[in-house]
Design a protein around this ligand. Sequence first.
Ligand code: SAH
Ligand code: SF4
Length: 333
Amino acid sequence: MTPAELTELLAPHGLSAVESRRIFAHHVQHGRRHWDVKHMAKVKLARAAELLDTPTLEVVDRRRDPADNFMKYLFKLADGALVEAVRIPIFDDKYTLCLSSQAGCPLDCVFCATGRLGFTRNLETWEIVEQLRIVRDEADRPIRGVVFMGMGEPFLNYDNVIRAARIFADPSGGAISGRAITISTSGVVPAIRRFTDERHPYRLAISLTAATRARRRSLMPAAEKTWPIEELIDAAREHAAVTRQRVTLEYVAIAGVNCGADDAAALVELLRGIPVRINLIDVNDATGRFTPPSDAERRAFIDALQPLGAPIVRRYSGGKDVNAACGMLAATG
Ligand code: SAH
Ligand code: SF4
């Protein structure tokens, strides 16, 4: 629950907004381990404890990649479903956490291990928040950022993802700056429009990965079929206009598939006039079906995109040795 929702629940039981917020803060800090909230009457605390269910997730496995210190967590949900989160080191002093919003994913992007799993269900708000709480509890540095880039399509679980983001951004909750929370979507156009209309502080990233309908359909069939690229680009343009910021487009680069001269030309045409930032991600694929572009292929692609005048940033996608990198989350260890 957000502080406002908790206040509403506890008010009829005689707890003030300040007391509810204290319980909220305490819970996000300590989980269900103990209920000794300072400066609160025992009887009120007992009442709140009776009313509130405070479940947690089971940590089944933790794997650290010694090469880059990325750490993958495997969680088991109450119904047995498995999800993963990845702790990403930022310099030497903090972490960003990559979280799951669904168990599996209903979309079928051909390059993604989560997509190959199929879909189990949406995560509840608390199941998203608890991933952060557990990881933070045992981390040696603070968690200053959250990215919804783990398992699942966050915009097909919109309400729970936004509520979790609110809890992360709350000063007495996760105390993470709203600008340091990024939601990545494969292009759920109605949800992008809603997100734009609601004026959230969180950042949006859109997984584009192809410049034409045909190519996108071959790589992200379900997404492209449901939300065609033209509509997606319209929604991206509107988001940039309303936020007055460059909209981030993620592009999973696959050798011989989507980073040729024709792809670059189509992308320049498609994005003309839209302020964008391109986030280029080398494909990771443990099956060996897809391979990342060579340095020369990538260089030529980036050069051919220069007419856009857009920043093009390569994403370091770490934790490959423990299958923690982008597109590798399959809850199989
Ligand atoms: N479902 C959302 C968020 C999770 S995926 C989305 O698709 O945007 C997070 C990012 O990883 C997306 O940009 C996605 O395109 C990218 N990704 C998926 N599979 C990948 C792979 N095999 N290699 C590299 N990046 C991948
Ligand atoms: Fe789902 Fe994103 Fe993977 Fe596509 S890339 S299958 S939307 S998790």
